[in-house]
Design a protein. Structure first.
Length: 440
């Protein structure tokens, strides 16, 4: 009995500690008041310690925070922004395309998924924090491993995070969730915080020091709206709140866009007829999208973003890829504030979690005939009425006040598949696609 009592006491103490932990998190953490908006949330201290644009529960507060930067993410701003154009030019022509060109000339295969994650991250972070503070996952293996390994270490544990989030602490304590998961997230949070601090110091030097190439567009707007751009380095107001928002943006940017671009390139490799049509359309641009430049020593010239945005077949290719392979195919949970009827179901109780699945919506055969077939032509050949119906059912970025704020920037990056086609013979039918863990 003497040996059993201490064991029982230990068990009781452990249970009490776990209960206190659960209650404390339920009260103190805004994240646990709503369904997890992303599988990584329960591992990220920044996201757990302070609200950010992903975790606000009430719509007015969320809308107010979203309005701070929504103008920066608008289509009109992105198409006209010289900093966005400079960031695209830097990442494409100085990093990505030279790497692809060399691999093409040597006949080497490319691991596309990580490359697309890296391209998506570098493109966004260059715009977010400016060229001087850009990430360089494309060329820097150490930085790539730090971010991607740290971010995806939590992927095998997503079921427990979604369905039993309050068990995370227990699983960590007994080793089911390895320490490297928290450690990896801590490393990329510090990486993000350092970029925020350096961007604030850069902005504090004065706007006359900023150029389109090094302007921290997203960070700068957040500082002006939420803090003091001229504040003391490392101690400016709402430092962690801003860092939380910035981390939410760049951690969401790389995975979703990277997955979409990988699927797009795979389908193009399997459909040479689509490649040919897309290449013919690209030849109509002035200057054309091409690499390397036609003359040695010539400056890298990009066609206007508006002219690229008006290419109907390129749009069809991207739309069809997002339809068949939505960036977030799984459930996007919401909590109903009061009893309601939804989707043909009546008397849904208040506080019930409901979900909608882009994967299912995009495979409705009455709207998308042959739903499992990749057919860009469906967006070109549809009647105006049917096209309107397809667009209404298209849910790659969600809808309403909580839809993806970065959807327009994602479209801004869409010329990439076209640029791949300018380096023949790059895409071939020998491409292999291995299905594994993604966000959902």
């Amino acid at each position: 009995m003497a040996a059993i009592i201490p064991l029982a006491c230990v068990a009781a103490a452990a249970a009490a500690a776990l209960l206190c932990e659960c209650l404390a998190r339920s009260v103190l953490s805004p994240l646990f008041k709503i369904p997890a908006p992303h599988w990584s949330c329960h591992f990220a201290p920044f996201w757990l310690c302070t609200d950010n644009i992903f975790t606000f529960e009430d719509n007015p507060t969320h809308s107010a925070r979203k309005r701070i930067i929504s103008g920066t993410f608008s289509k009109s701003f992105i198409l006209a922004d010289p900093s966005g154009r400079a960031s695209m030019k830097k990442v494409l022509y100085e990093r990505l395309l030279p790497l692809i060109d060399q691999a093409s000339k040597k006949g080497q295969a490319i691991e596309v998924l990580e490359l697309m994650y890296s391209y998506s991250m570098d493109s966004f972070v260059t715009w977010q924090f400016g060229g001087a503070l850009s990430s360089n996952l494309i060329e820097d293996e150490q930085e790539r491993r730090l971010y991607l390994d740290g971010f995806f270490a939590a992927a095998p544990y997503t079921f427990w995070q979604y369905e039993f989030p309050l068990l995370n602490r227990l699983f960590k304590a007994i080793g089911i969730i390895p320490k490297k998961v928290d450690g990896g997230f801590h490393d990329i949070e510090q990486w993000n915080l350092e970029k925020c601090d350096k961007a604030q110091e850069l902005i504090a030097q004065g706007e006359d020091k900023l150029t389109p190439e090094n302007n921290p567009v997203v960070m700068g707007l957040a500082l002006k709206a939420m803090s003091d751009p001229n504040g003391k380095p490392g101690q400016y107001p709402q430092r962690l709140e801003i860092a939380s928002d910035m981390f939410a943006h760049n951690s969401a940017a790389h995975e979703t866009s990277g997955n979409t671009l990988t699927y797009c390139l795979y389908e193009l490799s399997q459909h040479p007829d689509v490649q040919a049509k897309l290449r013919r359309e690209l030849l109509t641009l002035d200057p054309p999208l091409q690499y390397p430049p036609p003359n040695d020593g010539a400056d890298w010239l990009l066609p206007s973003t508006k002219s690229v945005d008006n290419l109907p077949y390129l749009e069809a290719v991207i739309l069809e890829t997002l339809r068949l392979y939505p960036s977030v195919p799984g459930g996007q949970p919401r909590r109903v504030p009061k009893a309601c009827s939804l989707g043909g179901y009546d008397n849904i109780p208040a506080n019930t979690t409901v979900q909608c699945y882009a994967y299912s919506l995009h495979r409705t055969p009455d709207v998308f005939p042959e739903p499992d077939t990749w057919k860009p032509e469906r967006w070109i050949e549809a009647t105006p009425e049917h096209l309107s119906t397809m667009r209404r059912w298209f849910w790659a970025f969600g809808s309403g006040g909580r839809m993806c704020i970065g959807s327009n920037f994602a479209w801004f990056c869409k010329p990439l598949p076209a640029l791949f086609l300018s380096i023949p013979p790059l895409l071939s039918g020998t491409a292999q696609l291995t299905v594994g863990n993604t966000a959902c």
